[in-house]
Design a protein around this ligand. Structure first.
Ligand SMILES: [Zn+2]
Length: 166
């Protein structure tokens, strides 16, 4: 019987999860004759370009020498996923994602989330717009209407808006 694409993808995913778990376990073993980085590359980890990381990633921590496939659980649907070494290299070195950031959601949940954010009503960012506006008022010369606006904000139900108003 011919396998459906969905089945095939599921099998690839399972194999990837197994491989990630196995290589993570081997990397944790202390009885390794090769230096850890050489050993990591032998396992198929991606080398990290530290010069790029140093330029774009301000951190006081130690920068990685390589990326290894990382298993993780999707925050939204709970699916077991693998953040591959290649994806990490792209995230940190091309997109310049913060060095402490980690994959949190599976592809489907990331897409769904992006869609939700895009379709959010304009009011979703209202608080942000209002605080920005208040700050601008604070920097400008006080006028009667500005004072009235700040006074209205002092009565706001939003704590953060009241703080900015003060
Ligand atoms: Zn998910």
């Amino acid at each position: 019987m011919k396998k459906s694409n969905k089945q095939r993808r599921a099998e690839i995913k399972t194999r990837r999860l197994e491989r990630a778990a196995a290589s993570a376990a081997r990397l944790r073993e202390k009885d390794v004759r090769l230096p850890q980085t050489d050993y990591a590359f032998a396992l198929g980890c991606e080398p990290a370009d530290r010069s790029v990381l140093e330029r774009y990633n301000n951190t006081y921590g130690v920068l990685p020498a390589f990326y290894e496939d990382r298993p993780f659980t999707c925050r939204d649907c709970g699916a077991e996923e693998v953040w591959t070494a290649k994806q990490q290299k792209w995230w940190y070195e091309v997109v310049h994602g913060h060095i402490d950031s980690r994959a949190a959601r599976c592809l489907e949940c990331r897409r769904a989330r992006r869609e939700r954010l895009r379709n959010a009503p304009p009011g979703a960012n209202l608080l942000r717009e209002q605080t920005d506006r208040l700050r601008a008022l604070g920097d400008a010369k006080p006028t009667a209407s500005a004072v009235a606006e700040v006074e209205a904000a002092l009565e706001s139900k939003w704590w953060s808006l009241r703080v900015v108003a003060i």
